[in-house]
Design a protein around this ligand. Structure first.
Ligand code: ADP
Length: 191
């Protein structure tokens, strides 16, 4: 089983590369951002609560996203593996994911961390906001808040996987195909 954490700041290209990786390696894509936006679109109580935080660029509570991921893992018990995209975003989430996966004897294979500088991130997010209509991509102060949340709460998650010998840094600026090849090489070296 291949369990990949695709890591990086907002706008690093996790969604784009996940789409390509799930096809090549027949994996199930679990994006907590996509799942939360699905809840918002359906107008569920969870979605309404999450929207208030997401529109400000603030992380939703750990127990909410951990519960969503647990359900999806259990619902896809026959999967060849998972790509975790936008999760784990805090140390508590990373610990919960380890507990979930170790209990199934299917630990994380590696964390692939896309490296992109802050200026390029802001540029990409504002550009994406024009097309996606995502409220959290439209406003520079919200984007700055998301990058701040990332630096404070999420960046330390790389250290968690580094300590397990599972962290691989990948250059995230360049051609989409070239970045994809670097990701594939890293996965194949550890599969
Ligand atoms: P991006 O990586 O571009 O910020 P996402 O779709 O991954 O986009 O996340 C959008 C928002 O959803 C985040 O700013 C946060 O509010 C919420 N979110 C997504 N995943 C998580 C998570 N694992 N933990 C907490 N909040 C999350």
């Amino acid at each position: 089983m291949l369990n990949i954490v695709l890591f990086g700041p907002p706008g690093a290209g996790k969604g784009t590369q996940s789409e390509k990786l799930i096809q090549k390696f027949s994996l199930v894509h679990l994006s907590t951002g996509d799942i939360l936006r699905g809840e918002i679109a359906q107008g569920t109580p969870l979605g309404l609560e999450a929207k208030k935080l997401m529109d400000q660029g603030i992380l939703v509570p750990d127990e909410v996203v951990i519960g969503m991921i647990k359900n999806r893992i259990e619902a896809n018990a026959a999967a060849a593996g998972f790509i975790f995209d936008g999760f784990p975003r805090t140390i508590a989430q990373a610990e919960a994911l380890d507990t979930l996966l170790n209990g199934r004897n299917t630990p994380i294979t590696c964390m692939l961390s896309l490296k992109v500088d802050d200026e390029e991130l802001s540029r990409r997010l504002l550009e994406r906001g024009k097309a996606s209509g995502r409220p959290d991509d439209q406003d520079e102060s919200i984007i700055r808040r998301r990058i701040q949340e990332y630096n404070n709460k999420t960046a330390p998650v790389a250290g968690f996987y580094h300590n397990q010998g599972k962290l691989v840094d990948i250059e995230g600026v360049g051609a989409i195909e070239a970045i994809f090849e670097a990701l594939c090489d890293a996965i194949e070296a550890r599969a």
